[in-house]
Design a binder for this molecule. Structure first.
Ligand code: HEC
Ligand code: HEC
Ligand code: HEC
Length: 122
Protein backbone atom coordinates (compact mmCIF):
# COMPACT_ATOMS: atom_id res chain seq x y z
CA UNK A 1 0.00 0.00 0.00
CA UNK A 2 2.71 2.48 1.05
CA UNK A 3 4.73 1.40 -1.91
CA UNK A 4 1.90 2.16 -4.32
CA UNK A 5 1.32 5.56 -2.78
CA UNK A 6 5.01 6.37 -2.98
CA UNK A 7 5.09 5.38 -6.63
CA UNK A 8 2.06 7.54 -7.39
CA UNK A 9 3.64 10.55 -5.67
CA UNK A 10 6.88 10.08 -7.58
CA UNK A 11 4.95 10.01 -10.82
CA UNK A 12 3.16 13.26 -10.01
CA UNK A 13 6.44 14.88 -9.11
CA UNK A 14 8.22 13.87 -12.27
CA UNK A 15 5.26 14.83 -14.43
CA UNK A 16 5.08 18.31 -12.97
CA UNK A 17 8.84 18.70 -13.29
CA UNK A 18 8.52 17.74 -16.92
CA UNK A 19 5.70 20.18 -17.56
CA UNK A 20 7.46 23.09 -15.86
CA UNK A 21 10.99 22.45 -17.10
CA UNK A 22 12.62 22.96 -20.48
CA UNK A 23 12.18 20.35 -23.21
CA UNK A 24 14.18 17.17 -23.28
CA UNK A 25 16.65 17.36 -26.15
CA UNK A 26 18.64 14.67 -27.86
CA UNK A 27 21.79 16.71 -28.56
CA UNK A 28 23.13 14.09 -30.96
CA UNK A 29 26.72 13.11 -31.51
CA UNK A 30 28.36 15.66 -29.23
CA UNK A 31 31.62 17.48 -29.84
CA UNK A 32 31.80 21.25 -30.09
CA UNK A 33 29.08 23.36 -31.66
CA UNK A 34 30.11 25.66 -34.52
CA UNK A 35 29.28 28.63 -32.30
CA UNK A 36 28.84 29.14 -28.60
CA UNK A 37 25.82 26.98 -27.63
CA UNK A 38 24.36 29.83 -25.58
CA UNK A 39 24.53 32.10 -28.62
CA UNK A 40 23.23 29.35 -30.88
CA UNK A 41 20.17 28.83 -28.76
CA UNK A 42 19.09 32.40 -29.54
CA UNK A 43 20.53 32.94 -33.01
CA UNK A 44 20.67 29.71 -35.02
CA UNK A 45 17.63 30.76 -37.08
CA UNK A 46 19.50 33.79 -38.43
CA UNK A 47 22.39 31.62 -39.54
CA UNK A 48 20.11 29.26 -41.39
CA UNK A 49 17.39 31.30 -43.03
CA UNK A 50 17.23 31.55 -46.81
CA UNK A 51 17.51 35.06 -48.17
CA UNK A 52 19.42 36.45 -45.23
CA UNK A 53 22.12 34.00 -45.99
CA UNK A 54 25.14 35.51 -47.75
CA UNK A 55 26.36 32.05 -48.59
CA UNK A 56 23.24 31.49 -50.62
CA UNK A 57 23.02 34.92 -52.25
CA UNK A 58 26.65 35.21 -53.24
CA UNK A 59 27.18 31.57 -53.98
CA UNK A 60 29.75 31.17 -51.25
CA UNK A 61 29.28 27.92 -49.44
CA UNK A 62 30.13 28.03 -45.78
CA UNK A 63 30.46 24.37 -44.95
CA UNK A 64 30.80 25.04 -41.26
CA UNK A 65 27.40 26.69 -41.01
CA UNK A 66 25.63 24.52 -43.54
CA UNK A 67 22.49 22.74 -42.49
CA UNK A 68 24.08 19.43 -43.44
CA UNK A 69 26.82 20.12 -40.94
CA UNK A 70 24.30 20.78 -38.15
CA UNK A 71 22.52 17.53 -38.94
CA UNK A 72 25.81 15.61 -39.00
CA UNK A 73 26.27 16.41 -35.30
CA UNK A 74 22.76 16.91 -34.06
CA UNK A 75 21.14 13.84 -35.57
CA UNK A 76 20.49 11.33 -32.83
CA UNK A 77 22.94 8.52 -32.29
CA UNK A 78 19.87 6.26 -31.95
CA UNK A 79 18.28 6.76 -35.36
CA UNK A 80 20.62 9.17 -37.19
CA UNK A 81 17.81 11.70 -37.50
CA UNK A 82 17.40 15.25 -36.21
CA UNK A 83 13.65 15.24 -36.82
CA UNK A 84 12.24 11.71 -36.41
CA UNK A 85 11.07 11.88 -32.79
CA UNK A 86 9.51 14.36 -30.40
CA UNK A 87 12.86 14.81 -28.64
CA UNK A 88 14.90 14.89 -31.86
CA UNK A 89 17.16 17.91 -31.88
CA UNK A 90 15.49 20.17 -34.45
CA UNK A 91 12.00 19.27 -33.20
CA UNK A 92 12.26 19.37 -29.43
CA UNK A 93 12.40 23.12 -28.76
CA UNK A 94 10.24 23.99 -31.71
CA UNK A 95 7.24 22.00 -30.58
CA UNK A 96 7.78 23.36 -27.08
CA UNK A 97 7.84 26.93 -28.41
CA UNK A 98 5.20 26.24 -31.09
CA UNK A 99 7.58 27.16 -33.92
CA UNK A 100 6.91 25.37 -37.17
CA UNK A 101 9.74 24.93 -39.68
CA UNK A 102 9.27 23.37 -43.10
CA UNK A 103 12.95 22.98 -43.96
CA UNK A 104 12.85 19.21 -44.10
CA UNK A 105 10.42 19.01 -46.98
CA UNK A 106 13.49 19.74 -49.09
CA UNK A 107 16.48 19.21 -46.85
CA UNK A 108 17.41 15.90 -45.29
CA UNK A 109 17.06 15.55 -41.55
CA UNK A 110 19.16 12.41 -41.59
CA UNK A 111 22.88 12.23 -40.96
CA UNK A 112 24.48 11.95 -44.36
CA UNK A 113 27.23 9.56 -43.31
CA UNK A 114 24.47 7.20 -42.13
CA UNK A 115 22.53 7.05 -45.35
CA UNK A 116 25.73 6.81 -47.37
CA UNK A 117 26.66 3.82 -45.27
CA UNK A 118 23.22 2.28 -45.85
CA UNK A 119 23.44 2.87 -49.56
CA UNK A 120 26.90 1.38 -49.83
CA UNK A 121 25.79 -1.67 -47.87
CA UNK A 122 23.21 -2.50 -50.55
C1 HEC B 1 30.73 19.32 -34.26
C2 HEC B 1 29.37 19.08 -33.79
C3 HEC B 1 28.32 20.20 -33.92
C4 HEC B 1 27.99 20.91 -35.06
C5 HEC B 1 28.58 20.80 -36.45
C6 HEC B 1 26.90 21.77 -34.68
N1 HEC B 1 26.62 21.62 -33.34
FE1 HEC B 1 25.18 22.64 -32.29
N2 HEC B 1 25.86 21.82 -30.55
C7 HEC B 1 26.76 20.77 -30.46
C8 HEC B 1 26.83 20.34 -29.09
C9 HEC B 1 27.69 19.18 -28.55
C10 HEC B 1 25.95 21.18 -28.34
C11 HEC B 1 25.67 21.14 -26.83
C12 HEC B 1 26.69 21.95 -26.13
C13 HEC B 1 26.36 22.13 -24.68
O1 HEC B 1 25.17 22.06 -24.33
O2 HEC B 1 27.29 22.34 -23.92
C14 HEC B 1 25.35 22.09 -29.30
C15 HEC B 1 24.40 23.06 -28.97
C16 HEC B 1 23.56 23.67 -29.90
C17 HEC B 1 22.39 24.47 -29.58
C18 HEC B 1 21.89 24.80 -28.18
C19 HEC B 1 21.12 23.62 -27.65
C20 HEC B 1 20.58 23.84 -26.26
O3 HEC B 1 20.47 22.86 -25.52
O4 HEC B 1 20.25 24.96 -25.92
C21 HEC B 1 21.82 24.84 -30.77
C22 HEC B 1 20.54 25.62 -30.96
C23 HEC B 1 22.65 24.30 -31.82
N3 HEC B 1 23.69 23.60 -31.26
C24 HEC B 1 22.40 24.45 -33.17
C25 HEC B 1 23.29 24.10 -34.19
C26 HEC B 1 23.12 24.46 -35.59
C27 HEC B 1 21.95 25.23 -36.15
C28 HEC B 1 24.22 23.98 -36.26
C29 HEC B 1 24.58 24.15 -37.73
C30 HEC B 1 24.75 25.53 -38.17
C31 HEC B 1 25.04 23.28 -35.27
N4 HEC B 1 24.45 23.39 -34.04
C32 HEC B 1 26.23 22.62 -35.56
C33 HEC B 1 27.48 20.22 -31.52
C34 HEC B 1 27.46 20.66 -32.84
C1 HEC C 1 11.45 24.35 -51.39
C2 HEC C 1 12.63 23.63 -50.96
C3 HEC C 1 13.40 24.18 -49.76
C4 HEC C 1 12.91 24.47 -48.50
C5 HEC C 1 11.49 24.32 -47.99
C6 HEC C 1 14.05 24.91 -47.72
N1 HEC C 1 15.18 24.89 -48.49
FE1 HEC C 1 17.07 25.39 -47.89
N2 HEC C 1 17.79 25.06 -49.75
C7 HEC C 1 17.04 24.63 -50.82
C8 HEC C 1 17.89 24.56 -52.00
C9 HEC C 1 17.46 24.09 -53.38
C10 HEC C 1 19.19 24.99 -51.60
C11 HEC C 1 20.44 25.13 -52.46
C12 HEC C 1 21.01 23.77 -52.78
C13 HEC C 1 21.91 23.26 -51.73
O1 HEC C 1 22.67 24.04 -51.18
O2 HEC C 1 21.89 22.04 -51.44
C14 HEC C 1 19.08 25.29 -50.17
C15 HEC C 1 20.16 25.70 -49.40
C16 HEC C 1 20.09 25.94 -48.03
C17 HEC C 1 21.23 26.28 -47.19
C18 HEC C 1 22.69 26.46 -47.65
C19 HEC C 1 23.30 25.12 -48.00
C20 HEC C 1 23.37 24.16 -46.83
O3 HEC C 1 23.34 22.94 -47.05
O4 HEC C 1 23.53 24.62 -45.71
C21 HEC C 1 20.76 26.43 -45.91
C22 HEC C 1 21.55 26.78 -44.67
C23 HEC C 1 19.34 26.17 -45.96
N3 HEC C 1 18.97 25.88 -47.26
C24 HEC C 1 18.51 26.19 -44.87
C25 HEC C 1 17.13 26.01 -44.90
C26 HEC C 1 16.28 26.14 -43.75
C27 HEC C 1 16.74 26.46 -42.33
C28 HEC C 1 14.99 25.90 -44.17
C29 HEC C 1 13.71 25.97 -43.35
C30 HEC C 1 13.45 27.26 -42.72
C31 HEC C 1 15.05 25.60 -45.59
N4 HEC C 1 16.37 25.69 -46.00
C32 HEC C 1 13.97 25.28 -46.39
C33 HEC C 1 15.70 24.28 -50.80
C34 HEC C 1 14.83 24.45 -49.74
C1 HEC D 1 17.42 25.10 -27.82
C2 HEC D 1 16.16 25.06 -28.54
C3 HEC D 1 16.23 24.92 -30.06
C4 HEC D 1 16.85 23.95 -30.81
C5 HEC D 1 17.63 22.76 -30.29
C6 HEC D 1 16.61 24.28 -32.20
N1 HEC D 1 15.84 25.40 -32.28
FE1 HEC D 1 15.30 26.37 -34.00
N2 HEC D 1 14.28 27.78 -32.89
C7 HEC D 1 14.18 27.79 -31.52
C8 HEC D 1 13.32 28.89 -31.11
C9 HEC D 1 12.97 29.26 -29.69
C10 HEC D 1 12.91 29.53 -32.31
C11 HEC D 1 11.96 30.72 -32.46
C12 HEC D 1 12.70 32.00 -32.18
C13 HEC D 1 11.82 33.18 -32.44
O1 HEC D 1 10.60 33.05 -32.45
O2 HEC D 1 12.39 34.26 -32.62
C14 HEC D 1 13.54 28.80 -33.40
C15 HEC D 1 13.42 29.14 -34.74
C16 HEC D 1 14.01 28.48 -35.79
C17 HEC D 1 13.90 28.87 -37.19
C18 HEC D 1 13.15 30.08 -37.71
C19 HEC D 1 11.69 29.73 -37.86
C20 HEC D 1 10.88 30.89 -38.37
O3 HEC D 1 9.93 30.65 -39.11
O4 HEC D 1 11.18 32.02 -38.00
C21 HEC D 1 14.61 27.97 -37.92
C22 HEC D 1 14.79 27.97 -39.42
C23 HEC D 1 15.15 26.99 -36.98
N3 HEC D 1 14.77 27.35 -35.70
C24 HEC D 1 15.91 25.90 -37.35
C25 HEC D 1 16.42 24.95 -36.48
C26 HEC D 1 17.13 23.76 -36.89
C27 HEC D 1 17.44 23.39 -38.34
C28 HEC D 1 17.47 23.10 -35.76
C29 HEC D 1 18.27 21.81 -35.66
C30 HEC D 1 19.62 21.86 -36.25
C31 HEC D 1 16.96 23.86 -34.63
N4 HEC D 1 16.31 24.97 -35.11
C32 HEC D 1 17.10 23.52 -33.27
C33 HEC D 1 14.78 26.91 -30.65
C34 HEC D 1 15.56 25.82 -31.00
Amino acid sequence: MMKKLFFFLMMCLSLSAWAAGSPKIDIGKGGQCVEDPQWMRKNHMHLLKHGRDDALRRGIRDEKHSLKNCIECHASTKDDSAIARADSFCVSCHSYEAVKIDCFECHSGTRKSAWLQQRNAK
